[in-house]
Design a protein around this ligand. Structure first.
Ligand SMILES: Nc1ncnc2c1ncn2[C@@H]1O[C@H](COP(=O)(O)OP(=O)(O)OP(=O)(O)O)[C@@H](O)[C@H]1O
Ligand SMILES: [Mg+2]
Length: 403
């Protein structure tokens, strides 16, 4: 498919056409990509070309006319890697080059990032994946963090549920999505057996935490970001492994390394933990700046929260603990009586989140935010917003004393 109209140089384009122009250079016409209407709806001006990258020269019109190139590469053909490497050098700082690969593996990702790709996409990729890959071009700022840049000093917020199904993951995803409006936020789904953050945000990851575990020796912030998938809110997600894995697949060393590289790349790292206690999950909690224990106000919820508090206390984690009572029923005038519950727990409840099944379940079913579903005035939206504000403040204060 060739471009219907002659192209003009990017700088010649008038203000009416500010959509970034992306050229997909595919190896053959069978290479599957979404149709151009889908790209257009997403605000991207995408042109699809079939070419042999070995034949592209410096004066190729693609270099002058595109804002970003997406190049299909077969990494198992050394000649293609060589050609790709040459193109990245030809493009130099002029425009970003994204690689696209059939049957993408972590090893391919690594090879192509090393060769200078700004990102690597699986083929066929979705419109969302392409948008995420070209995000730096869209914003004409914020380049993808590379090893050479100053290391970020991200903060870690861990989320655990007192009892199954209390809404720990729902809150982790919604807090992350809301926080992403103001910071660079990553949600790490470390619930390696039952993790469903990707499902709740309706993102389909090509690579997951499982790939990072497999490639532990090479885990750095670059690899982490190449595995992360971006939600429409701006939140990056490291999804849990596609296949259920034993809890001990994660070592304490891996957990430490994962957090270290994640905090180099993001301002805020939210960790959704499994409910079972393991050596590595305790390490994650120790490394966290804030630990959120999510419960509900049912008898079993409070009973289990009490037991969890004992373990948290035994592990000296009480200082940074926040207890969140989810699905709270507000009485008249927005009041809620927590005195009995707090007496049983022997500790105050820091936050309450309104029970609003309609809004929360619609958000999780559609992969959208509760703000999007219910608007700013929704009680549950205000409660999650207040939680984000409180966590930001705690973390900022904590950061100030820590650094
Ligand atoms: N504030 C809320 N109001 C109404 N329903 C909610 C609320 N928060 C969560 N839920 C519902 O609770 C259900 C369970 O949520 P979720 O999967 O997040 O729980 P979890 O604690 O992570 O469970 P698991 O122990 O399986 O990890 C979901 O169906 C969700 O819609
Ligand atoms: Mg969960």
């Amino acid at each position: 498919m060739n471009s219907p109209a002659p192209w003009r140089r990017s700088e010649e384009r008038g203000p009416a056409n500010q959509r970034p122009r992306i050229v997909l250079l595919m190896r053959n016409s069978d290479s599957q990509t979404p149709d151009s209407a889908a790209f257009k709806d997403a605000g991207l001006d995408v042109h699809h070309e079939v070419t042999d990258i070995a034949t592209l020269a410096e004066d190729s019109p693609f270099f002058a006319m595109a804002d970003a190139l997406v190049i299909e590469v077969a990494p198992n053909h050394p000649a293609e890697i060589e050609a790709f490497d040459r193109l990245v050098h030809l493009a130099a700082d002029r425009l970003p080059i994204v690689a696209a690969v059939q049957g993408l593996t972590v090893a391919d990702t690594r090879t192509l990032l090393k060769a200078g790709a700004v990102d690597v996409l699986p083929l066929p990729f979705t419109v969302d994946e392409l948008q995420q890959a070209v995000e730096p071009v869209r914003r004409a700022a914020r380049p993808v963090a590379r090893g050479a840049g100053p290391a970020r000093q991200g903060r870690i917020v861990s989320v655990i549920g007192a009892l199954g199904g209390v809404g720990a993951t729902a809150l982790a995803t919604q807090v992350g999505a809301m926080w992403a409006a103001n910071a660079r936020v990553c949600l790490l789904d470390m619930d390696v057996q039952f993790g469903n953050t990707a499902l709740y945000l309706d993102v389909r990851p090509a690579l997951t935490l499982g790939n990072l575990i497999e490639d532990e020796a090479r885990l750095d912030s670059e690899l982490l970001q190449s595995v992360a998938i971006r939600h429409a809110s701006g939140l990056d997600i490291i999804a849990s492994p596609t296949d259920m894995m034993p809890l001990d697949i994660i070592s304490t060393d891996f957990a430490e390394r994962l957090l270290r590289v994640a905090t180099q790349a993001y301002d805020v790292v939210i960790v959704d933990l499994p409910r079972a206690w393991t050596e590595w999950s305790v390490r994650v909690l120790e490394r966290s700046d804030s630990v959120c224990l999510v419960t509900n106000l049912s008898v079993p919820g409070i009973h289990q929260a009490r037991r969890q508090l004992e373990i948290l206390e035994a592990n000296h984690l009480m200082d940074k603990l926040r207890i969140i009572a989810n699905r709270a029923e507000y009485k008249m005038f927005g009041r809620i009586d927590l005195s009995e519950t707090e007496a049983v727990l022997g500790r105050r409840i820091d936050h309450t989140i309104a029970n609003d099944f309609q809004t929360v379940s619609a958000a999780l079913d559609q992969g959208r935010t509760i703000l999007d579903i219910r608007g700013k005035s929704g009680r549950v939206v205000k409660d999650v917003g207040a939680l984000v504000d409180a966590l930001s403040t705690v973390i900022a204060t904590e950061g100030a004393t820590r650094t």
